[in-house]
Design a protein around this ligand. Structure first.
Ligand code: ADP
Ligand code: ASP
Ligand code: MG
Length: 410
């Protein structure tokens, strides 16, 4: 490696931040300013505005089930546009810059399309360009597989591209520029009383991201934690300091709950009156896994006359496929039937402080009950509690929990 870690910064700009030519010029100005004090800058960009959604719409206008390879070849192009434009804007401002696609930047992924994980980075070209004094603008969201084909790494994945590069290049920090000025106690667009956090631990951020806080891609937090990359989530529209994501949050030891999330696209499947014998759950969830369906919360009701129900949640987009698989399993094992509930939301509270404070779950359930919100399923980890509720109750539940745990008072 040519450079010392402390000399290199990775800055990632999301879709809104590069949403139009003006915004791209503004981003170029910000990068130019950073360049005054930081010699080596790698910039990672998302596609402009809603470009990726539009590309996906286009794909479905020509095919009901787009070929995976061509789908990725198409939806990865949004990032090519913004990277080239930003490099041009930088050059126009007198800052020598070059854009690199995922493949050019040496970002290798698994062979599977649409949600490929990054497997390795060969940073030789990036170092070479930095050596030449260039700001290197890399496309987020994309890489190359062993067939030399372009892959994409999952919606919102540019955050992960940035953190992977920061880890590989030994950057001192990875700045995530977005359209909010940091990580809030919950989505400030849903709960206006949400408060910006000065810092948050990797573990809490990982739970929040996995439970629906869209502000960071879950895998980016995983990678940051593994490689000890400090993240600074901040706004590309202001100069204000944002939220630091790091090892420990030194604050609020007494605070049991740090944040809350809502996922509004859940669905529930119940397989009824299953024979209570070993191997049934194993069979069902193996079949679902084989169909690449992600199962989230699971409950098995206690046995009544040697039979029980198994209930689980999935993303609503998998409901049709998951129902078919479950119906098949129900026939195999002689279960009474399969029931579905397509309109479910999952509301969660997260905080490392809940480990040492009993009664948090009880309080959550009581708040929901007091407001007549029925809990369909519960799941917990050491630092989070999630409840599945009717989708129409989701936003109200989030607001009630935010109030009850006084997250607006942080
Ligand atoms: P980008 O295009 O910059 O990657 P995203 O739309 O992916 O931006 O993520 C930013 C959005 O995340 C915000 O506009 C906000 O509505 C949403 N969000 C959800 N939960 C949170 C949270 N806890 N803190 C901040 N933003 C959140
Ligand atoms: N453009 C991609 C998406 O919309 C990746 C990203 O924005 O992070 O999902
Ligand atoms: Mg994003």
């Amino acid at each position: 490696m040519t450079f010392q870690a402390a000399e290199l910064l990775v800055q990632k700009f999301g879709g809104t931040s590069v949403g139009n030519p003006e915004r791209i010029r503004a981003v170029a100005q910000r990068v130019a300013k950073t360049k005054l004090t930081t010699p080596n800058i790698v910039v990672v960009v998302s596609a402009m505005g809603d470009t990726t959604d539009e590309l996906i719409r286009l794909a479905y206008q020509v095919s009901d089930s787009p070929t995976p390879r061509e789908y990725d070849a198409l939806i990865s192009t949004g990032e090519n546009v913004s990277a080239a434009l930003l490099a041009m804007a930088l050059n126009a401002q007198g800052i020598p810059a070059v854009s690199l696609t995922g493949p050019q930047a040496g970002i290798y992924t698994e062979s599977t399309y649409s949600k490929a994980r990054i497997t390795k980075v060969d940073p030789a070209r990036i170092w070479k360009e930095l050596d030449l004094g260039h700001v290197v603008v890399v496309t987020g969201f994309q890489g190359i597989n062993e067939l030399n084909d372009v892959t994409t790494i999952g919606r919102g994945g540019s955050d992960t591209s940035a953190v992977v590069l920061a880890a590989t290049l030994g950057a001192k920090e990875c700045e995530i520029y977005t359209d909010v000025d940091g990580v809030y106690t919950t989505d400030p667009r849903v709960v206006p009383q949400a408060v910006k956090l000065a810092s948050i631990s990797y573990d809490e951020m990982l739970e929040l991201a996995a439970l629906g806080a869209k502000v960071l891609h879950p895998r980016s937090v995983e990678c940051a934690k593994e490689n000890r990359v400090r993240l600074h989530v901040r706004s590309s529209f202001t100069e204000a300091t944002g939220t630091i994501v790091k090892e420990e949050s030194e604050m609020e030891v007494n605070r049991p709950v740090t944040g809350a999330t809502l996922m509004e696209s859940e669905a529930i499947i119940t397989i009824q009156n299953v024979q209570d014998r070993p191997g049934v759950a194993g069979h069902l969830f193996t079949q679902l896994a084989n169909a690449t369906i992600n199962v989230d919360m699971i409950i098995q009701s206690s046995e009544t006359s040697q039979e029980n129900d198994i209930t689980f949640t999935i993303n609503e987009s998998d409901l049709t496929a998951a129902t078919l698989v479950t119906q098949e399993v129900a026939r195999d094992i002689g279960a009474a039937g399969v029931k579905t509930d397509p309109l479910v939301a999952k509301v969660s509270i997260v905080g490392v402080g809940m480990i040492s404070k009993p009664g948090i779950a009880a309080k959550m359930f009581k708040v929901l009950a007091d407001h007549n919100i029925n809990i369909k399923l519960i799941s917990t980890s050491e630092i989070k509690i999630s409840c599945a509720v009717a989708r129409q109750d989701g936003r109200r539940a989030l607001q009630l929990l935010h109030d009850a745990f006084e997250l607006d008072q942080l």
